[in-house]
Design a protein around this ligand. Structure first.
Ligand code: GDP
Ligand code: IMO
Ligand code: MG
Length: 424
């Protein structure tokens, strides 16, 4: 059984928690896009782990984790992450963490370019994570990128690095930024390369052998559907295909080998960074932040919060092909007397069923809400569907109807144990 897990909104839906939950029955967990702009929180056995590049499956022993070809990988960041996880008692070896030889490398100057581009945009800044993601994918598309395979031969790697870093200094100067020390960049990247080298290989046959042997693969999506460079709130997006198709191009497993596509959504909606957000609500943001929730795992930024958005999720289900949806953070609504659900986008009097392509029009859309009564009860202790209050069940049923696919699990808290199977 090969399953893709996709964030269905703007990221931070609780993908890490769902991956961790589903890894128990999987053999391989693979990332196919994005980089360490991702921050996936998993709380297991009372311990909190934050994963950026390492697939969340690493917390289970005996599982193979793969960083696929579609990922952009910051070697310095990855070594730091591996060290942090090891300090927390997680075992990471070349046997359980394999990195695609075709993945592209994020270099220090990419981060510098990301920050410079953001500051040059002023008020129109995207609000990136400044992890160098956009500039690295740009290098890939410009066909000047450096890939993990280049790291395998140290001398060849140094030569390649020097040429690219020198060229980058010219680009940085054009951007009005101080050039970076080339030797310093080479030194730090090569130190990280020494640690990562044993993990690098051709991951494609390894994954295909797993498929042929009848093993189960989980494809761990990063970011969310509306940060997709094609389907999202362009240009307020990331630079990869975060939607389900990205899992195939990002790992080399073809579409016909995929059995199930699960969307993960929050019961409400959040986004970090700039861009349209039709159901955004200051009142709900204050409420959730007041509960100590919704601060980013990667940058610590307070997330923007808004009401449930049926228009967004229905479109997401369409272009991702969700067979089912996992809804996390249902407990976020515990103290809300009334819940708002967006059922239409009003663009200057015209009611839209799907978000518009033009970002300025998307910004102008006003939500058409229906309201449902809340349950005003702490549901974090619930462990079975029968314990969930009737009004919460009705909310889940209505969202399922709007999205057009069944909601099969709900989250009532951040812990592994706080995941409940929905019963019909
Ligand atoms: P990801 O990037 O999609 O993996 O999500 P993040 O880890 O960035 O953000 C999700 C946040 O919600 C994290 O703090 C999780 O611990 C938390 N979380 C996930 N599911 C639930 C849930 O059902 N209830 C509560 N209260 N928190 C949850
Ligand atoms: P996970 O996997 C939420 C957002 C940034 C910014 C935009 C572009 O934890 O859900 P980038 O650095 O990618 O060029 O920034 O995308 N962004 C995320 N938002 N969750 C993420 O990952 C994100 N990764 C990038 O905030 O708006
Ligand atoms: Mg996150």
């Amino acid at each position: 059984m090969n399953t893709i897990i996709i964030g269905s909104q703007w990221g931070d839906e609780g993908k890490g928690k769902m991956i961790d939950f589903l890894t128990e029955t999987a053999d391989v967990v693979a990332r196919g896009q994005g980089g360490n702009n991702a921050g996936h929180t998993v709380i297991a056995n009372g311990k909190k782990y934050i994963l950026h590049l390492v697939p969340s499956g690493i917390l289970w022993p005996g599982k193979l984790c793969v960083i696929g070809n579609g990922v952009v990988l910051d070697p310095i960041g990855l070594v730091e992450e591996i060290n942090t996880l090891r300090d927390q008692g997680v075992t990471i070896t070349p046997e359980n963490l394999m990195i695609s030889d075709r993945a592209h490398v994020v270099l220090p100057f990419h981060r510098e370019m990301d920050a410079a581009q953001e500051s040059s945009l002023g008020k129109k800044a995207i609000g990136t994570t400044k992890r160098g993601i956009g500039p690295t994918y740009a290098d890939k598309a410009r066909r000047i990128g450096i890939r993990m395979i280049d790291m395998v031969d140290p001398e060849f790697f140094v030569e390649k690095l020097r040429t690219r870093c020198e060229m980058a200094n010219v680009e940085l100067e054009k951007m009005g930024v101080e050039p970076l020390n080339v030797d310093e960049q080479i030194k730090t990247v090569c130190e990280a390369a020494d640690v990562l080298r044993p993990h690098i290989g051709n991951t494609i046959p390894v994954m295909h052998e797993a498929v042929t042997a009848g093993k189960s693969i989980l494809f761990e999506g990063a970011q969310g559907a509306f940060l997709d460079v094609d389907f999202g709130t362009y240009p307020f997006v990331t630079s990869s295909n975060t939607s389900s198709a990205g899992a195939c191009t990002g790992t080399g497993i073809p579409p016909h080998k995929i059995d199930n596509i699960i969307g993960v959504c929050k019961a409400y909606t959040t986004r970090v960074g700039a861009g349209p957000f039709v159901t955004e609500s200051e009142e709900l943001s204050d409420h959730l932040h007041g509960m100590g929730r919704e601060f980013g795992a990667t940058t610590g930024r307070a997330r923007r919060c808004g009401w449930s958005d049926g228009i967004l999720l229905r479109f997401s289900a369409m272009f991702n092909g969700f067979n089912e949806m996992a809804m996390t953070n249902l407990d976020g609504y515990d103290q809300c007397p009334e819940i708002r659900i967006c059922v239409g986008y009003d663009l200057n009097g015209e009611i839209l069923e799907y978000p518009p392509a033009r970002v300025d029009q998307w910004e102008q859309c006003k939500p058409v809400y229906e309201t449902m009564p809340g349950w005003l009860q702490d549901i974090s202790e619930c462990r079975t569907w029968s314990e969930i209050p009737e009004n919460a069940k009705k909310f889940v049923a209505r969202m399922s109807e709007l999205i057009g696919c069944p909601i099969t699990t709900v989250g009532v808290g951040p812990d592994r144990e706080q995941t409940i199977q929905v019963e019909a």
